[in-house]
Each structure stands twice: as C-alpha cells, then as structure tokens.
Design a binder for this molecule. Structure first.
Ligand code: FAD
Ligand code: NAD
Length: 469
C-alpha cells in the first residue's frame, strides 16, 4: 500500500469534483482527485452529453423524415436512413474528446489523479482500491463529490430488457417498442428522442401528469408535441414486471396498475425506468463517519460543509436540484473557501432546463411558488406565435413568462417553453442574478428577429406597454 498526502482530496471526478479540483489547483492548493470510473462523471459519460447528442440525432432524423412526406416550406427529401451504430460511435467520440479534455485541464492545474474506488478510514484518510496497487491517502480537507445513481424499483429490477438511463444510452439499435416508467426529466428527454427515431413509446407516470415539477401551462406544449409524435401517456399509474426477472429476455411484459386499482398489461421490447436518482453514499464508508443527512442526501450548509470539520460535500450527493451546473458552482465555491476566500452560497438563480421538444426553461420562482412565498406578483406572458423568428423556424408553440413584484417591478421568476429556448437561460439567469426589474429588460434593446424579443415583450407587458401582442 502506497501512502500519499495532500492538502485537499476530492472524491469523485464528475462536474462537481473535477471543477473543484481544477479551481483548487489553480489557486495553488495541493490536490488529489480520486475517480473510480471515467473522468467527467455521470454528466459527461452517461448523462447530459450523450443524451443531448442522442436528442440531436433524433431531431435531425425526424425532421428529414417529416420532409420526406412533403413540407410547407417546399422541401422534400427521399431515402432517409439511419445507421444508429454509426451515430452511437459519433456520440462516443464526443464523450472521448471531453474525457481527454478534463484530464488535460486537471494536469494543467497540477492536480494528481488517482484511479480507483475511495473508502473512508476516518474523516481525513481514505483507502483507494482499483486495478493497480492500493493507496492510502491522508488529506487536511476532503470533498465528497460521489454523485448519484439511478433508482431501481424492486418490482422492475434492471437487467435484460429493463434499462436504466445508462442502458438506454448504450443501445446500439432503436427498440421497436419502448415503455418509459417515470415521466420526469430523463423519461421525457429520452422518450421523445426514441419516439423521433421510430420507437413506439408509452410513458407510464405515477403522478397525475408528466413533469409534475413544472406547472401545467409550461408542460402543455410538451404533452401536445408528444401526442403528435404518437407517444402514449398513461398517468396516475405504476408499473411492475409481469414475468419472472430471469425470464425477461428480449421482451418485457408489464402490469400497469392505475390509482383506482385497475390493471392492464403492456408489452415492450425495452423498458426504461427513470423514477429519480439516489445519492452514492453506500460503498464509501460515509455511514461509518456518521455525517448528518438531509433525507438520503448528505446535509450541507451554505459553505458546503458537512457536520464533520474538514469534510465538504457537493453536487448530486447533496440533493436537489441534481444539475451539473449546480455541482460545478459548488465545486468552485469550496475550492475558493479552502484558498482562504470569503465565500458562501448566495446565488439567486439556478436555471433548470428540460431538453424536451419544445424545451422548458425555468429560473427563480414559479407562479405557485411566488404565491406560497406571499409575494404579490405580476405574471406577464408573451406567446411565441407572435414572434417573427419563431414563425420563420416553423415553431410557434410556447411562450415566455415573467414574474415581477407588483410594487417594485423586481423580477423573481422567468419561465419559457419553446423550440430551442434553452439558449435563453443565460439571459434569464443574468436578469435574476443582477436583481433586474421589468423596466431594465424592457429598456434593453433586443436584436431582431430573435426569440429573445419575447423576453423583452413579456417585460413590456408587465409595464402595460406591450408592442406586438
Ligand atoms: P457525478 O457526475 O455523478 O459524478 C460522481 C463521480 O464520482 C462519478 O464519476 C463516480 O464514478 C465517482 N465516484 C463515486 N463513488 C466513488 C468512490 N467511492 N471513489 C471514487 N470515485 C467515486 N444535468 C444537467 O445539468 N443538464 C442535463 O442536461 C442533464 N442531463 C442528464 C441526463 C441524464 C441521462 C442523467 C442521468 C443526468 C443528467 N443530468 C443533467 C444530471 C447530471 O448528470 C448530474 O447532476 C451531475 O452529473 C452531478 O455531478 P456530480 O459531480 O455531483 O456527480
Ligand atoms: P425525475 O425526478 O425528474 O422524474 C421521476 C419521475 O418518475 C417523476 O415524475 C415521478 O413522479 C415518477 N415516478 C416515481 N416513481 C414512479 C413509479 N414507481 N412509477 C411511475 N412513475 C414514477 O427523475 P429522473 O427523470 O430520473 O431524473 C433524475 C434527476 O436527473 C433529475 O432530478 C434531474 O435533476 C437530473 N436530470 C436533469 C436533466 C436536465 O437538466 N435537463 C436531464 C436529465 C436528468
């Protein structure tokens, strides 16, 4: 066993851990990063990046296919074919390039990377076991950034045709029929992609509507589009495997049970289970450390400190929102605190985007949350159907919505649903982070013709001065 010492030990090389290590290295902190698998974590290897690459392929394929049947813009295409194995290789290529990029950024910052699985001996010491020789690492400070893993349902265990998101992203063929159990972020993003690639998709959701984390007005255009793509949505229903897990091979038979107790059978060539993610805390010795928990997650304060001195936690292992950009921001925060800077978590805005079709963006408070907070807000909406850029892209579905405090005009929430509105999230977050008022946005010249003008128009509407609607 080789002994190593460092000022900082980061466990987990996902967006939280690798960003924390890079920033610490830049600030002159002697840092070791331990990663059991591939650098970049869930997001880069089996999450954000490969899923968005799949969505891109699906969108292109679907658009060309639609054009093959003639289109309003005068385009017609014949002989559209998809070599799915080739597009998977293209996705793998992007992941590989980014993996190598992360490795070289860590090297440039002077971070030592140790490959293997870390386990705590005490709050300052871990052992690392992997393919090579084992290590014992002692550090003054430790950051836990071990991320999350898919939740497995006992009644629908992973294996055979029953896939987690990782299994679905590893598919080398498009399944004929796909049952998606859990209509949240992952289920809808991947379900939409496979529907566009030609799978017959059924979404089974336990709540009374899909994407229950967003309000119905935001979700309606997404549901309309899913229906237009031929996706069947079954709500207030749970699913279990209707056969012995060992017997499930090329097809799965599901038993769907609705809230009123009625049952129905559903056959599918693949089942994608996306019912949430759980923190990776089991195999690392965290239970023995006795850290305080917030439910299943590690409890942290506004400095990302856990209940043990010198032990920090960031990213998915600390709970919702489980988003890569939150993990990265926490990683920078901890590195700067350890470098002696006065920092605490004071961000007003963490944008959330659902990469469905159309996309949903939400920053700050929703109308319901504003009401719960006792705020008197003006809710102003601008439809994309009145936006020239949306019309020229043949996608008029959706809107931009702005919530501003009635008295001061201060913006407390912005949401949008529409084709490629994800790119508006930067403007929305900046507006919230800078404490902008509706007047600030209304007085900002927005380039024409862009979807961003819908943001300005929503602000103008809040002032009773809307121009184009
Ligand atoms: P992870 O990325 O989970 O990284 C943790 C790392 O720790 C892993 O590499 C793991 O191997 C390592 N590790 C665990 N235990 C040990 C140990 N004992 N020793 C050593 N190493 C260990 N978020 C977005 O913001 N946008 C998106 O578009 C988006 N799309 C997604 C799509 C899918 C299909 C999925 C599954 C997730 C998506 N997410 C998205 C969520 C995003 O991936 C996570 O929020 C993000 O990866 C969390 O980063 P993290 O650093 O906390 O953990
Ligand atoms: P989720 O929480 O978004 O959705 C899970 C869904 O499953 C919910 O709608 C829930 O009601 C439903 N559900 C729970 N138990 C069920 C059951 N037994 N039967 C049927 N439905 C059931 O979780 P997810 O889609 O697995 O995603 C996990 C996390 O990953 C998200 O919280 C998100 O933070 C992150 N993520 C983000 C993005 C993004 O930023 N674009 C994309 C993918 C994932």
């Amino acid at each position: 066993m080789t002994d190593l010492n460092s000022a900082l030990l980061v466990i987990g090389g996902g967006p939280g851990g690798y960003v924390c290590a890079i920033r610490a290295g830049q600030l002159g902190i002697d840092t070791i990063l331990v990663e059991a698998d591939a650098l970049g974590g869930t997001c880069l290897n089996v999450g954000c990046i490969p899923s968005k690459a799949l969505i891109h392929v699906a969108e292109k394929f679907h658009d060309l296919h639609a054009a093959a049947n003639g289109s309003a813009i005068g385009l017609s295409v014949s002989g559209v074919d998809l070599d799915f194995a080739k597009s998977a290789a293209w996705r793998d290529g992007i992941v590989g390039r980014l993996n190598r990029g992360v490795a070289s950024l860590l090297k440039k910052s002077g971070v030592r990377v140790v490959k293997g699985r870390a386990r705590f001996l005490d709050g300052k010491t871990v052992t690392v076991e992997g393919d090579g020789e084992p290590f014992r690492i002692h550090a003054d400070n430790v950051v836990i950034a071990t991320g999350s893993a898919p939740v497995e349902l006992p009644s629908l265990p992973f294996g055979g045709p029953v896939l987690s998101s990782t299994g679905a992203l590893a598919l080398r063929h498009v399944p004929e029929t796909l049952a998606v159990v859990g209509g949240g972020y992952i289920g809808l993003e991947l379900g939409t992609a496979f529907a566009k690639l030609g799978s017959r998709v059924t979404i089974v959701e336990a709540a009374d509507r899909v994407l229950p984390q967003y309000d119905t007005a935001l979700v309606k255009p997404v549901v309309d589009r899913l229906k237009a793509l031929g996706v069947k949505i079954v709500t207030s229903t749970t699913a279990r495997l209707g056969q012995d897990p060992g017997a499930a091979d090329e097809r799965a038979e599901l038993v769907l049970t609705s809230q009123d107790g009625g049952t129905e059978r559903l056959e599918a060539s693949r089942v994608l289970v996306t019912v949430g993610r759980r923190p990776r805390v089991d195999a690392i010795g965290i239970a023995e450390l006795g850290l305080d928990r917030a439910g299943p997650f590690i409890a942290i304060d506004e400095h990302c400190r856990t209940s043990m001195r010198g032990v920090y936690a960031i990213g998915d292992v600390t709970g919702e929102p489980m988003l890569a950009h939150r993990a990265m921001a926490q990683g920078v925060l901890v590195a700067e605190i350890l470098a002696g800077r006065k920092r605490h978590w004071d961000n007003r805005a963490i944008p959330a985007i659902c990469f469905t079709d159309p996309e949903i963006v939400s920053v700050g408070l929703s109308p319901e949350q504003a009401k719960e907070a006792g705020l008197s807000v003006k809710v102003s909406t601008f439809p994309l159907a009145a936006n020239g850029r949306a019309m020229t892209r043949e996608r008029e579905d959706g809107f931009v919505r702005l919530l501003s405090v009635a008295e001061s005009g201060e913006i407390v929430g912005i949401q949008a649903v529409g084709h490629e509105v994800s790119e508006l999230s930067a403007a929305f977050s900046l507006a919230l982070e800078m404490g902008s008022t509706a007047e600030d946005i209304a007085a900002t010249i927005h380039a024409h013709p862009t979807q961003g003008e819908a943001f300005q128009e929503a602000a103008l509407a809040a002032l009773g001065a809307g121009l184009h609607f």
